[in-house]
Design a protein around this ligand. Structure first.
Ligand code: SAH
Ligand code: SF4
Length: 340
């Protein structure tokens, strides 16, 4: 049976038409679910008894199960259990501009980046759109506050689960529902080139972040084996297409690993690679994990890397370190729980 949370408004309208109901009922149902947060069909007072029963037999409305929550001053980290027992995580971050949530897109990840905990455990399966939507519903219910932005940067490679991610975006972006503005939604990819083109061609005002992490093929292939299938030149060409097509600025994520990709030469090479493009670089301090031997770059090195880029005219910021102490980086909580 489908989860009701897998359905975009247009899917729901189609469904209503297919069972001989009026299309506008779909909007009412959407409002119950996402505005009033009423998940019991039998409590939806403007929906007829017989329709309530049909919905009951056609859809599940189960929520995720909260298995664990770790909190610190600026972050909450959630471990959720899915209907089939698999575990995923999501993180809430408090910024000065509002609340953002980082959601997972798959159970594990097959990209196998050598620095990443999510990639250490192989992909079990893709998440359904509704399982990603429910991460947000669960967190909003927990904190009794509304979230203003969403990043798809948790466990998984979103572009390896493309259709469900696009459905997820359309569900949370819909004004009849949660209504998170497209400009406040960001998808991060390790660089699945064909999907960057597809994303550019969607009619969406959402954002794209690219995990670059290295300024040349030799180094990037060492860190990210996806670079063998889609080398740097192809990724950069796809980015240029995306920027031209959407007119949107792309975030380049660059993880700083001690003595691996944090030298002055790397900074210069990076500046050369992206010079003149409508991008900005977000330098990410590495969150060390016990299973992987990379170390984080020293603060001094991070500042030097930042200065070098700045001097070469590159827009650059350093990511605030959220909750390193509570395993807040990608996949670490799940990995420690699964391995227990
Ligand atoms: N698969 C997508 C999105 C999820 S990973 C991608 O790779 O972009 C989100 C970001 O977290 C990526 O930029 C990834 O490189 C980064 N990341 C992974 N492990 C990390 C760690 N231990 N510390 C800091 N960032 C990490
Ligand atoms: Fe997957 Fe992203 Fe981790 Fe790479 S960094 S293994 S793509 S989750």
């Amino acid at each position: 049976m489908d989860s009701i949370f897998d359905y975009k408004l247009s899917d729901m309208q189609e469904y209503f038409t297919s069972i001989g109901e009026k299309k506008y009922k779909a909007k009412q149902l959407f409002e119950w679910l996402y505005k009033k947060r009423e998940f019991k069909f039998s409590n939806m007072s403007n929906i007829s008894k017989s329709l309530q029963e049909t919905l009951e037999s056609d859809f599940t409305t189960s929520m995720l199960i909260l298995r664990k929550k770790q909190t610190s001053k600026l972050t909450n980290k959630y471990l959720f259990e899915l209907d089939d027992g698999n575990l995923i995580e999501a993180v809430l971050m408090r910024h000065d501009y509002g609340l953002s949530v980082c959601v997972s897109s798959q159970v594990g990840c097959n990209m196998g980046c050598t620095f990443c905990e999510s990639g250490r455990l192989k992909k079990v399966r893709d998440l359904q759109a509704g399982e990603i939507v429910r991460q947000i519903l669960m967190i909003e219910n927990d904190i009794k506050e509304r979230i203003s932005s969403v990043v798809v940067m948790g466990i998984g490679e979103p572009f390896d689960n493309y259709k469900n991610i696009m459905d997820f975006i359309r569900i949370i972006n819909d004004n009849n529902g949660i209504g998170i503005g497209a400009r406040h939604i960001t998808v991060s990819t390790s660089g699945l080139v064909p999907k960057i083109y597809d994303y550019a061609n969607e009619d969406l005002q959402t954002n794209l972040a690219l995990s670059l992490h290295a300024p040349n093929n030799i180094l990037r292939t060492k860190l990210m084996k996806v670079n063998i299938a889609y080398p740097l030149e192809e990724v950069m060409a796809a980015l240029k297409y995306y920027i031209e097509k959407t007119n949107r600025r792309v975030t380049i994520e660059y993880l700083l690993l001690d003595k691996i990709n944090d030298t002055e030469n790397c900074a210069k090479e990076l500046a050369n690679l992206i010079k003149g493009m409508n991008v900005y670089v977000n330098l990410i301090p590495y969150n060390e994990t016990s299973h992987i031997e990379y170390k984080k770059s020293s603060n001094e090195t991070v500042m030097k890397f930042y200065d070098t880029l700045k001097k070469l005219g590159i827009n650059v910021t350093i990511r605030k370190e959220f909750g390193g102490n509570i395993d807040a980086a990608c996949g670490q909580l799940r990995a420690s729980e699964v391995e227990k």
